[in-house]
Each structure stands twice: as structure tokens, then as C-alpha cells.
Write a protein that binds this ligand. Sequence first.
Ligand SMILES: [Zn+2]
Length: 328
Amino acid sequence: MSYAFQKLPQLVDHRSSIPKKGSYSRRTRKITHRVWHHSLTKKTLGGSVAAAFARFHISLGWPGVGYAFIIEPQNVVKTKKGNRARIVYANDINQRTYHVGNSNQFSLGICVAGDYRSDKLDDATKASIAELHAALVADQIGNQDKSHHEMPGYSWKACCVYNYKEAFKLLNVSKPTAKTPATYKIQQGDTFWGIAHNLDGITVEDLITANPKVDPKKLKVSQTINLGKAKNTFTRKPSQPKKPQSSYKYPLPSGILRSGSRGNGVKQLQQALNAIYFKCGSVDGILGPKTVDAIRRFQMVYLPYEVDGVYGPNTRKKLQAVLKSKGY
Ligand SMILES: [Zn+2]
């Protein structure tokens, strides 16, 4: 079986030659999301190529590079249509590579080399993004596009910061868009989350708002719900001003704390971890091995894809939620 993307003249298949240390397991779910990344390394640097990313990811203990495709702006390929950035096919699309934590199972990872907080997408790169995207759509690999920071748990991540949707339009690629029907009949096993997950532009909140008489926890087979009509029905209420940390029994510090950090923030973190029985010894305000270990143990339970022993925004958010669930 060959895919449309494999016929792109700027694509090279390096699945068997790129550095690796093992193999990723196969997906157990169909790809629904195409997730766009950048490498956060300046695009002109020697290390801004697929093989270098592979060596870096192997150094993290991963089987190989975390993406299926890497677009390399510094390797320009001349094609009949003009200059194109090389696309490296690095991992089989059916392999569950590491790039979006809990969402890896159904997400295809595509990385454009470069740091687009300061780099600009050049035309050859935009064209490769547009053509790869069009080919994946034609191949029916995934049904929606997201940037890394649009995936659950990554809203804090500066990835990808380029306008990927704008890049798709560059070639005026016509996208066959199936129209969402106005209503939908519930089938065995459906959940609001599952239904919204597979549709572009409709959220779980939209479905709940558009179906006030339907209890999402008790969906009945053959029940009709509003679907296409649900689009944009939910408007977020202005969020409640957050309670100041000082009003909590265990206020949590902001920012990043890692091995060697010191101060009141570390004390607060130690008190919080001890309170929920991730014991880190005495509350001394020094982030030593015992505290690193407690953070790691906490992450293993609550953030299994981010076990690094470093306290940052994701760990803080989870810790806050766990404290709340214990009544603090
Ligand atoms: Zn990313």
C-alpha cells in the first residue's frame, strides 16, 4: 500500500536509516489528530535536522525521534513546482511515537525544524507544510489539525508558534470538507467526549449546551441529539477570579523548581507533598534528592508522561487539583 504523501518529490524515507535505539509500539487507535510542532532550535543551526533530533530523543531514553515527519528548511529540494523544504519520513505513521503525552495514541507528530518565536517560515517550508497536509488529508490520515499547545495539558507550551493553518492555504489546496449533519443518532458506546473529539469545531460544552434535555451520563442508543446545530452554542462565562494562593492551607509556588532550588517556594512545595503522602522528609526549603524523588513519585501517578522530578506549571496544576480533592 502506498500513500499520497510517499509520492511527494521532496520526501525522503529515512525510517530504516535514522538513528534509533529500539522501536515504538504500534498504535492501538486510529489517527484522528495531526499535531504540528516546531523544534525550538534555530532553523539555520547544524542541529536543526531530523537525525540530530533523533539523537537528542534517544538521549532522553526514547526509542527514537518523537515525530513521524520532520520538515527541514535548511535542506532545500528542487522540484518541478519549485523549491521545497525536505520532508523526512522518520517513523512509520502506525507507530505511537512520543510527542503529546496522553494523546500519542491517536496523534500523528509533524515537526518543522526551527524556532518560530524568532524564525520566519520561508516559502519552500510553507509549500512543504501545505503539500504534506494535503497528502495526509487525501490519505485520510487524521481528520483534524492541532498545534501542540492546543492538545490537552499543553496550553503552556510555546509549540507550534507558527500559523500552521495559514501555511495550509498557501497552495490553495482545496480540502474536501464533509458537512456535519444537524442532528445525530446515538450509537452503542457513544459519549459526548468521543463525539466532540472526532469533530472539528464542536466541543463537549457545545453539545451539552445545545442538548439541554439530554443527560450526557445517560445517553440512550437511537436518541437524537443536536450535532451540527451545536457548533458555537457554548459561550464561556468570564472565568471566576482565581482564589489567591494565600487563601489555601497549602499555597503553591509558581515558576519552576528543580534540584538545588531553595527558598520559601520549596518549603511550600514540600508541605504540600507531605500533606498528600508523597513524603519528602523535613520541610527545609532545599530541593534535595528526597524532594526530587517525591516529585517524581507524584508525577508517576498523576503525570506519567512527564516524570522528570522538576516542579513546573503542569505539576503545579495537578498538585492543586489533588490537594483540592483531599479537601485542602
Ligand atoms: Zn511540540
